[in-house]
Ligand binder design. Structure first.
Ligand SMILES: C[S@@+](CC[C@H](N)C(=O)[O-])C[C@H]1O[C@@H](n2cnc3c(N)ncnc32)[C@H](O)[C@@H]1O
Ligand code: SF4
Length: 497
């Protein structure tokens, strides 16, 4: 796609907006774009009163134009005014050209409920927040209502935290086989899976150091999350070693929540769940993604719907109180009929949490390499499926309690976590809302050190610490001492302890 920008304009933001209308387009040098590539000319001009953005977009013989003026105000920064003006002009021009109104309007970020949260914190009513989202951000009414509901539910759960609160994430980036749609870093070949014992040894050493520092600084671990990959790829004995070690390092029975992302039903056994229960796990994820065997087969998930149902039953029998199930809307080969049957079946099982993701086409995913044309502007049946989940979940007593978006999702739709009241996945909220630090250990793990104080306007100050991406590199990594010093330094510098 060809972009011609005149004025002080955030290029990345404009590219992200364009990708809503022209998914898959690349943004190289203007002269390199092919003759039939879309072209956007965006001009931002300033007067004493405010900013005017004029957008002209052409695609072959079609053309559309929009101009938007945003006045300066004492409460909105210049950058934000520019973003609003550019966003409104691009959305209006591209929308007219393509005959399409994107559900989330000009909200392109990971957290579409963020604007709603900020407006609610300013004291605006729910009705007023929804109105602003629709009129100023071009969000369609049902998504404005969803964002506002999520913001309200999240804020209730965050409550009054302490600067000493933190959570811990433990990464197990190994899976029995690779699903074709997935681009998470995870080792799957037998040669790489053979690294698991050494990986666990290294992980445990790092956990010992991390928990020792947490204790020394007087921090309070609220939630713990063991994620993947597929943590239940570990044998029951390996799981016992890992969970037993964690239980010796922190009081797991005092945690607000302890999640084990079991994930793939084909790795689940009764014995692994009883180990999890014995060592204090309170929440497990058992993920079908779809309950249609043809879809499961087409995405290379090495299990059937029946395998999921058996694993779910084991999860219930284990006595672990909270079960989450992950689903994906818009998978290749799925349609409204098969997805709605999947969703109804999941509802009939009454899991405490249901997380509905929208299929995200990532560059690394094999599905793209296979040349499958899964990109489509309106996302085929995906919008109908997403609406169905939101309607049916609420009819069955579930609340949407957390939400995030990824780039390149089918139809640009969102990922929503639903929960029965009182059973919300707390780690997800803490991680998304950045209200306290998350200390992450293992390959690909990213710690977020957070200074969040509502009295400072609620805007967190965040610093990140990265472990190497691949387990093979992690095995040679010796950065933990350095990381825990950085942690301590952050806490002292921000006077959090
Ligand atoms: C980190 S993955 C790991 C979960 C576990 N290994 C499994 O596959 O069941 C967490 C969730 O992200 C979602 N996910 C993974 N790849 C996705 C994609 N390409 N598009 C949308 N959701 C995806 C799936 O619902 C998955 O359960
Ligand atoms: S099991 Fe989960 S993490 Fe592993 S390849 Fe499949 S989707 Fe990705």
């Amino acid at each position: 796609m060809k972009l011609i920008l005149n004025g002080n304009i955030n290029v990345y933001y404009v590219q992200t907006l364009c990708m809503i209308f022209f998914p898959g387009e690349k943004f190289g040098a203007a002269e390199e774009a092919s003759a039939d590539a879309p072209t956007l000319t965006l001009t931002l001009t300033e007067s004493d009163e405010g900013l005017t953005a004029a957008a002209e977009v052409t695609l072959r013989e079609k053309q559309a134009f929009a101009e938007k003026f945003y006045a300066f105000s004492d409460t909105v920064t210049r950058d934000k005014t520019a973003k609003l003006a550019c966003g409104a002009a691009v959305i209006s021009a591209c929308g007219e050209l393509m005959g399409y109104r994107p559900a989330w309007g000009m909200l392109t970020g990971v957290r579409p409920s963020k604007v709603a949260t900020e407006l609610l914190q300013e004291g605006l009513s729910k009705t007023r927040v929804k109105k602003i989202l629709t009129s100023e951000y071009f969000v369609i009414p049902k998504k404005a209502a969803l964002a506002t509901d999520v913001a309200i539910n999240e804020q209730k759960l965050i409550g009054n935290g302490s600067t000493k609160d933190c959570s811990v994430y433990v990464a197990i980036p190994f899976c029995p086989t690779r699903c074709s749609y997935c681009s998470f870093v995870s080792y799957t070949s037998p040669k790489l899976l053979a690294l698991i014992p050494d990986y666990l040894t290294h992980l445990i050493e790092d956990l010992e150091k991390m928990f020792a520092k947490i204790k020394e600084l007087g921090l309070h671990v609220k939630t713990l999350y063991i994620g993947g990959g597929t943590p239940t790829i570990l044998t029951a004995d390996q799981l016992r070693v890992l969970l037993g070690k964690i239980a010796s390092l922190t009081d797991v029975f005092a945690l607000e929540e302890y999640t084990l992302e079991a994930g793939r039903p084909d790795t689940i056994t009764q014995e692994k769940f009883s180990v999890a229960k014995e060592y204090g796990v309170t929440r497990i994820c058992v993920n079908p993604q779809s309950l249609c065997d043809e879809v499961l087969q087409s995405i290379g998930r090495a299990h059937t719907a029946d395998d999921f149902l058996r694993a779910f039953e084991m999860a219930r029998e284990s006595g672990i109180p909270y079960i989450n199930t992950d689903l994906i809307v818009g998978l290749p080969g799925d349609n409204f009929q098969s997805f709605s049957q999947t969703f109804d079946k999941i509802l009939s099982l009454h899991p405490e949490n249901i997380t509905v993701h929208t299929f995200c086409v990532k560059k690394a995913a094999e599905i793209l390499r296979q040349g499958s044309n899964v990109y489509s502007l309106r996302g085929g049946d995906a919008g109908k499926c997403v609406d169905y989940t939101q309607l049916r979940a609420q009819q069955e007593g579930y609340l949407p309690y957390y939400m995030y978006r990824q780039k390149n999702t089918v139809g640009n739709f969102e990922n929503v976590g639903f929960s029965l009241p009182g059973a919300e996945g707390r780690y997800n909220i803490y991680m998304m809302e950045e209200v306290h630090s998350i200390f992450a250990v293992g390959a690909g793990a990213v710690s977020k050190m957070v200074d969040y104080r509502p009295e400072n306007g609620g805007k967190p100050i965040i610093e990140r610490l990265f472990y190497p991406k691949y387990p093979y590199e992690y095995l040679k990594d010796e950065s933990t001492e350095e990381k825990i010093s950085a942690m301590e330094e952050f806490y002292r510098r921000h006077r959090l302890i």
